[in-house]
Write a protein that binds this ligand. Structure first.
Ligand code: PEP
Ligand code: MN
Length: 262
């Protein structure tokens, strides 16, 4: 039996948490436009944004880096919700903490590498910040739990997991195939751990996000992380899967949130 020392950090405040924001921060205007759309939407509980982008192949947009951090501070002040970013190494953690980022997440390409995970953990020694850990690229539950344990061992007790699907070159439907059994197994092994679903990286296309998100909620997942962009077609990364704010709000209106099982 795996045990983690965990603290309830009020994720979702008893409701399903909705995390929304762009795959990547691109311009200050893009972020301002999103804030304008999100301003009166109490359902959005956390803002996500990538500023260090681990791209599978070189030559693609790899994120704006530190330059984008002041814009994210502005989001926090405007929307009054926590802001999360992906970190992949100690230098990212240092910059994020310096700029008041509220929550960190570890991406699938990082979870897969224990040395990288440990480097992040070491940089968080003595820091009280929530960390969300995406599943590794491959369906290896031990690797996923191992990353959570590495965080926990340095004193991070505000944790969550994110199911973003697994690489499966033989699958023609999903960008990253969901494995609901594995997610449920994680829930069984770590009953206090909240699991958020990322239908964007599972589906890979905007028109499939509703169905994946609904399935995740039916399986008892605790929240959704959905990539949202003011103008998805023009996005610098993951253009095909991002929703515009209106599409996001339609999904949130139509989807069936069951009672959260606590
Ligand atoms: C992302 O969230 O934009 C991202 C890069 O995700 P993943 O680590 O799931 O590929
Ligand atoms: Mn993305």
């Amino acid at each position: 039996m795996n045990t983690l020392k965990m603290k309830n950090w009020g994720l979702g405040l008893g409701k399903h948490v909705i995390i929304a924001g762009p795959c990547s921060v691109e311009t200050e205007k893009q972020i301002d436009d999103l804030c304008n759309s999100f301003e009166r939407e109490p359902q959005i509980g956390m803002f996500r944004a990538g500023i260090w982008k681990p791209r599978t192949r070189p030559g693609n947009f790899e994120g704006l880096g530190d330059q984008a951090l002041p814009w994210l501070q502005k989001v926090k002040n405007r929307l009054n919700i926590p802001v999360c970013v992906e970190v992949a190494k100690a230098a990212h953690v240092e910059s994020a903490l310096k700029h008041g980022i509220d929550v960190l997440w570890i991406g699938a390409r990082t979870t897969v590498n224990p040395f990288s995970v440990q480097e992040i953990a070491d940089s968080l020694q003595g820091v009280d910040i929530p960390v969300m850990v995406k599943n590794p690229i491959n369906p290896d539950l031990a690797l996923w739990i191992g990353a959570l344990e590495r965080m926990n061992k340095v004193g991070i007790n505000k944790l969550a997991a994110i199911h973003r699907g697994f690489a499966d070159p033989y699958d023609k439907i999903y960008r990253n195939k969901p494995n609901w059994n594995l997610a449920m197994q994680l829930k069984l092994e770590l009953p206090d751990l909240e699991i958020i679903n990322d239908p964007s990286h599972i589906a890979g296309k905007s028109e499939m996000i509703f169905d994946v998100a609904q399935r995740a909620l039916n399986f008892g997942m605790d929240g959704l992380m959905i990539e949202t962009h003011p103008n998805p077609e023009a996005a610098w990364s993951d253009a095909r899967q991002q929703l515009n704010p209106e599409q996001l709000l339609t999904i949130l209106k139509e989807i069936s949130f069951r009672e959260r099982i606590d």
